[in-house]
Design a binder for this molecule. Structure first.
Ligand code: PHE
Length: 450
């Protein structure tokens, strides 16, 4: 089927798929998100600075890239959704069940990711209008904002924009949008990096981020680094598999894997070169956790010349990065619904967007508006993050490595690897990745503790 928009120019029945560069940019867009700009800086701050960053690179290259190539290959080989692709490349129905788990995981991540993405939009508007800097109790501003009604409006806004893009299809929607925004994001990042690196005292931040001190690492750092490599490359959620199903047979998946991994790392690297020099320059504790970018950075921007402009740009950047990821998250259940229930793209998109809104509501409200949305010491928001990121994501990743490493015979042909590279890849998929991912799972599910 072709999309509404593309149908005038395309032959009826020709598949709606990515162009070569469109695919790379869309996959980088999926990878680069709040994970790079919001989570990566605060976990690097908490788990060991430069030494943690190095560990993250090792995990990304040794485990993330092999699993990414496997996901793309399953998707393109099966040409189906994140569940049916397993079955189409010769897997038993049970593998389809594992894939379905990822579809559910993507739906759940989307529901609360849209809430945080909404915060970034609100902050962008507040920063540009100068309201954010009118009162310098940034902690108070943040908590009164997240405990009110406004986040729900922004959450709905993010979902509607995402739905509008995804409803236009792969080449006419997702690709077009990423082709403009991903290069745009790089320009914004570089502007902010130059600003951050020229602040007084920036060197101490650069040193914290780039000069490793291995005594800062703990066993936990390794598991957090690996878990984040998965999250950051959008693995284990069917997103890369679904995007893989729209890739032309002639495109090299190995080269694409390197480009996506390199892109993800580059954006995280620049994000680090913005956040750490800034926090060091202003004497802000970089290990304060999730509130770092919403509380600490506004304080820094308010004390900086042209802080309104730079603060506004920073939050716009977060918002764009978030949107290029939300489109890939929503495409996972959308592709499933189109194929499984024979829905039109439009119907599938809006039903799923509405579902995400409803599931995200208690997450958005769990910051104070509705007291009692806490179970077993975790808020509804924390539970959703915990179940999706710590349980479903590693399980989905494990399914991919085990299936690709042991069950799918034709994988080398689809991935286009032969000889030594193929053997190294298979070794990683068979022995290294599953064991490490299992550790991450057992640790993040609270089954093993250090
Ligand atoms: N990779 C995205 C980020 O870093 C998050 C994501 C996870 C997107 C899984 C799609 C699937 O923010």
């Amino acid at each position: 089927m072709s999309t509404k928009k593309g149908s005038e120019t395309k032959l009826v029945g020709s598949p709606d798929q990515f162009t070569k560069s469109g695919f790379i940019l869309a996959a980088i867009g999926s990878a680069v998100g709040l994970g790079n700009m919001w989570k990566f800086p605060y976990i690097t701050g908490q788990y060991g600075g430069a030494a943690f960053f190095l560990l993250f690179i090792v995990c990304l290259v040794a485990v993330g890239l092999p699993v990414l190539l496997a996901e793309l290959s399953i998707g393109r080989g099966g040409r189906g959704n994140a569940s049916s692709s397993f079955v189409k490349v010769g897997g038993h129905k049970a593998w389809g069940g594992m894939g379905l788990l990822s579809v559910i995981g993507a739906f759940m991540i989307m529901s609360f990711y849209a809430v945080v993405a909404g915060w970034t939009f609100h902050y962008a508007v507040q920063a540009f209008s100068g309201k954010l800097f009118a009162n310098d109790d940034f902690g108070g501003q943040f908590s009164s904002f997240i405990s009110g009604y406004t986040p729900i409006i922004w959450q709905a806004g993010v979902l509607i924009i995402t739905g509008w893009i995804v409803a236009r299809g792969i080449s006419g929607g997702i690709e077009k949008f990423n082709k403009v925004l991903i290069p745009g994001l790089l320009v914004l990042l570089v502007i902010l990096m130059v600003r951050a690196l020229t602040l007084p005292g920036a060197e101490a931040g650069v040193e914290f981020f780039l000069k490793p001190d291995f005594s800062r690492l703990t066993p936990e750092s390794a598991l957090v680094a690996l878990g984040h490599a998965f999250f950051s490359l959008s693995l284990g959620m069917g997103a890369m598999m679904t995007y893989g199903s729209y890739v032309d047979r002639k495109q090299s998946l190995g080269a694409a894997t390197l480009a996506i991994g390199g892109g993800d790392l580059l954006y995280a690297f620049i994000a680090g070169l913005i956040i750490f020099p800034t926090t060091f320059s202003f004497g802000i504790d970089q290990a304060q956790g999730p509130t770092l970018v919403f509380i600490a950075l506004p304080a820094a921007f308010s004390a900086m010349p042209f802080g309104t402009l730079f603060g506004g740009l920073f939050f716009i950047l977060l918002a764009i990065a978030a949107l290029t990821s939300t489109v890939s998250l929503i495409e996972v259940p959308v592709a499933y619904a189109i194929e499984r229930w024979k829905m039109s793209r439009n119907t599938a998109v809006w039903i799923i967007i509405a579902g995400c809104f409803l599931l995200g509501l208690p997450a958005a409200l769990s910051f104070g508006l509705v007291p009692g949305l806490t179970f077993g010491g975790k808020s509804f928001f924390d539970w959703m993050d915990f179940i999706a990121s710590n349980i479903i994501l590693p399980l989905g990743g494990l399914a991919v490595t085990v299936f690709a490493g042991y069950f799918w015979k034709g994988i080398g042909d689809e991935a286009g690897l032969t000889g030594l590279w193929f053997r190294v890849w298979l070794f990683m998929l068979r022995f290294v990745a599953p064991i490490l991912v299992l550790f991450v799972f057992l640790h993040s599910a609270g089954i093993i503790k250090f």
